[in-house]
Structure formats: structure tokens, C-alpha cells
Design a protein around this ligand. Structure first.
Ligand SMILES: [Fe+2]
Length: 319
């Protein structure tokens, strides 16, 4: 840098380069500093509510297809993304038709919004019904066939996590999960059990956390992604709290329900996908009389692994 345009502080310096590189590899080097590297502003993760996507997925006129909840433009991500590490989709599969998927992900989480059918992946077949949840290993193609009724699935992957590092899905047989199936009846039984046993105020809510034989020690379902069915009885408010993981949630059931995120009210909509931004103070409110249910996928596993979950109860700021 010439002396006559010396900046006031190191924060105003441009990217520096080697003064006399002796090779291409030396020429590729760039130098930043504490003033100009850490003030980079990325767009925040918005508290977005996806409502057009479920309407399209539930529309009988929509053909068999996958509909992504993609806000990569808002996130400045070069790949489809619902949040920086998570991508949610709705899949509509018409009666008797088959949808093929082969996600570049380490695992796939699917919830049955409507219909019944079968999914074949890694040599196993899951016969699913409305209200079921199932997990598929990444790196294995899957075929989803609807039975005698049109079907809609909510399908969540960590495709953006792999795309960020330009990684490929694990080779067949190498994924960090097996095929796992939780029936709607078993999920309901497990939630009833939580209420029968009860909890204290120090426990953040009454959520059922999904795990499996292979992941029992980590108490989640994929190294990065966690899946939980959260429940909220009528008239109840889930205590405000925050954590460093993002939440991508599917509204399953809930009349007059809303979330408050950093003091701002966000009303739920049927079958909407909602984003709870990382670090935001959030609380969930059930203004109706019936039990509300929402399925929450978080990138919590990666924060637990990094010992950086940052969970705390907190007060809502004035909205
Ligand atoms: Fe939360």
C-alpha cells in the first residue's frame, strides 16, 4: 500500500497481498486483521413463516413434486437454504405416484402431514401413515410412493451444511443414521407419558426428543440435527428462553397459537414452517383450549458438540 493513502486505522485497510510472490500459491494469499475481518455483516436469520409452500403442497392441483422452503437470497447463501445449515421441503405425492429423492445430506427427517404410503431406502421399506415420523440415511436414494390417497410429507435435511463445505453425502452404508420409524400412535403415547410423569419449571417444556439405537448416547437423531415434538396445553405459555441453535418448526396442531420472538408476535398458520432465529429470546403461546403440537428441527447437535449451546431462560424485551 502506498504511503500517501495510508488509512486511519487497520479497520479501513483493504485485503493485503504478498509484495513479491514467488509462486501462484504465494500470490493467492490474502491478509486481513482484527479491524477489518471481524466486522463483516452477514444478513440475520429472519423469523420467517412459510405459508405459501404448505398451501401449494396441500393443493390437489399440485403435481407430485418437492417444494423447498428456500430463502437463500435473504440469507446470502449460494445454495438452497431455510436457515444456514437446514433445508425444509414439502413433498406432494399423488395417489399411486412415486417421488424419487437423493438429497446431498447426511440424513433426512420426514413427517407425514397427509395420506399414507411407503418409502424405500437402503434396502428397507417404511409403511407410513398420517402423523408418523421417519428418518432416512443420507447418501441413499429413496422412493416415496403414495397409497390410495394423495400424500404430503414435510422433509428436512442438512443439505446446506454439506453445501457450505462443498461436501458429498456419505457413501452408501456410511451415513450416521439408520432407517428409523416412529408411528403417530407411539408418538402420542410417549407425549401422554411426559404429562403423566410431570416436570419442574427448570425443564424448558414438554417436548418429546427423537433418538434411535445408534444415537442413544448423544440423545439426538443426527450429529447436527435434533428432532423434537413440542406440545403446549391450552392456555399455556412456554417460558421465554434462548439458545444458539436455530429452530425450523412445522405447525401440526394449534388454535390461536403464536410465538413471541424478541418481543414481536408471530401468529402460527396451519402446516406452516416457522424459523426461530438463533440467539433470539422466544416463547410459545397457546391461546386456545386444545393441546398444540409442533415438530421442531434444530441444528442443536453441532452446538452441543462444540460445547456452545448457550441455553438460558430469558425475559422478553418490550415488543
Ligand atoms: Fe427454544
Amino acid at each position: 500500500m502506498p504511503d500517501d493513502i495510508r488509512p486511519m486505522t487497520i479497520a479501513e485497510m483493504p485485503a493485503e497481498r504478498a509484495s513479491s510472490p514467488a509462486s501462484k500459491a504465494q500470490a493467492r494469499g490474502r491478509f486481513f486483521n482484527t479491524g477489518n475481518a471481524f466486522n463483516m455483516q452477514l444478513p440475520v436469520v429472519p423469523d420467517h413463516l412459510f405459508t405459501a409452500e404448505p398451501l401449494r403442497a396441500l393443493d390437489p392441483a399440485t403435481p407430485t413434486s418437492l417444494i423447498a422452503c428456500d430463502i437463500s437470497d435473504q440469507l446470502a447463501c449460494a445454495f438452497p437454504a431455510t436457515t444456514p445449515l437446514v433445508l425444509a421441503h414439502y413433498a406432494r405425492i399423488r395417489s399411486g405416484e412415486t417421488l424419487h429423492t437423493d438429497f446431498n445430506a447426511s440424513g433426512v427427517i420426514a413427517y407425514v402431514i397427509a395420506g399414507r404410503g411407503t418409502t424405500t431406502c437402503a434396502g428397507e421399506t417404511v409403511a407410513w401413515n398420517i402423523g408418523d415420523l421417519f428418518i432416512l440415511p443420507g447418501g441413499e436414494p429413496a422412493t416415496h410412493t403414495a397409497g390410495d390417497t394423495d400424500s404430503v410429507l414435510w422433509v428436512v435435511t442438512n443439505e446446506p451444511q454439506l453445501a457450505f463445505e462443498n461436501l458429498r453425502a456419505p457413501a452408501p452404508g456410511q451415513a450416521p443414521t439408520d432407517v428409523v420409524h416412529y408411528t403417530g400412535a407411539e408418538i402420542a403415547r410417549q407425549i401422554d407419558l411426559l404429562y403423566a410423569v410431570g416436570r419442574t419449571e427448570q425443564i424448558a417444556g414438554s417436548a418429546l426428543i427423537f433418538s434411535a439405537e445408534r444415537q442413544e448416547a448423544t440423545r439426538n437423531i443426527l450429529p447436527t440435527l435434533t428432532a423434537a415434538m413440542n406440545s403446549l396445553p391450552g392456555g399455556v405459555v412456554q417460558r421465554p428462553h434462548r439458545h444458539n441453535s436455530v429452530a425450523v418448526s412445522l405447525v401440526i396442531k394449534g388454535e390461536r397459537c403464536f410465538s413471541v420472538i424478541d418481543g414481536k408476535r408471530k401468529d402460527w398458520a396451519p402446516w406452516a414452517t416457522t424459523i426461530t432465529p438463533p440467539v433470539s429470546v422466544h416463547s410459545h403461546h397457546n391461546g386456545g383450549n386444545e393441546m398444540a403440537l409442533f415438530l421442531i428441527i434444530q441444528d442443536g447437535g453441532i452446538f452441543y458438540h462444540a460445547r456452545a449451546m448457550g441455553f438460558e431462560f430469558a425475559e422478553q424485551p418490550e415488543g
